[in-house]
Design a binder for this molecule. Structure first.
Ligand code: FMN
Length: 212
């Protein structure tokens, strides 16, 4: 009988999963097996949410036209971001691969509903942003569930949210939280790509902690 207890081996495996989860931008073009995306979405639905509001909304972006529009939005946003850097930092930024839009077989746009009926407003009167935080917990859950199955996820935020929402023709009260590329990664690694290419390493956690 399943008692909901987790043994030491599972905990060790789970810790390995956390270490091996990566943001992936270099994908193999192999499709995901039928049903795998549904499986990942079912796991993501287990995430916590404010008032149990389940504000996440998923759009499986399959058609060529919206994919092209998202690609164009990335190009514009990326060019604008590049223009904000100077000198060596600009050259370094220009060399980064910041999206797997051309290779990943699955693209998933994740939105937050502004005022979902579920939850009846509980927990968000003073912090309405908790709806968005809830969506992020679902993305994070999906990310780990994917990695546990050998599938990589890459989160793209270098996008114009309005342009993406328009391209996908979603309801007006949906706000873009994440645009995910999903597929099999070209390589596995315990080091973030931005650390490997010397943009930003993980740093000492100590200065980020306070005791009061
Ligand atoms: C909210 C959010 C937005 C992100 N946006 C981008 C992005 O636009 N392009 C990109 O290449 N990586 C993006 N990332 C991935 C981060 O660069 C990555 O998580 C970080 O470098 C640490 O690497 P790791 O996830 O492999 O540990 C994003 C991650 C988060 C959580």
């Amino acid at each position: 009988m399943d008692t909901g207890d987790f043994d030491a081996d599972f905990v060790a495996d789970f810790d390995r999963l956390l270490a091996w989860r990566r943001d992936v931008r270099r994908f193999l073009e192999d499709p995901l097996p039928d049903g795998l995306l549904d499986d990942l979405l079912a796991r993501a639905e287990l995430a916590p949410s404010v008032g149990n509001s389940q504000p996440w909304r998923w759009v499986d972006v399959r058609s060529r036209a919206p994919r092209r529009a998202v690609r164009a939005s990335f190009e514009r946003a990326n060019a604008e971001a590049l223009a904000g850097y100077r000198g060596d930092r600009a050259a370094h930024y220009a060399s980064l691969k910041l999206a797997g839009l051309d290779e990943a077989p699955v693209q998933l746009a994740v939105f937050s509903a502004a005022d979902p009926e579920q939850g009846h407003g509980l927990g968000r009167a003073t912090m309405p942003e908790t709806l968005d935080y809830s969506v992020v917990t679902a993305v994070s859950t999906l990310w780990l569930a994917a990695r546990a199955r050998g599938v990589g996820v890459g989160w793209i935020s270098i996008l114009e949210p309005g342009a993406v929402a328009a391209a996908l023709d979603v309801p007006d009260d949906w706000r873009l939280v994440a645009y995910l590329c999903i597929g099999y990664p070209q390589r596995a690694d315990t080091t973030p790509e931005l650390e490997r290419v010397r943009w930003q390493a993980r740093t000492d956690p100590e200065p980020r902690r306070l005791v009061r």
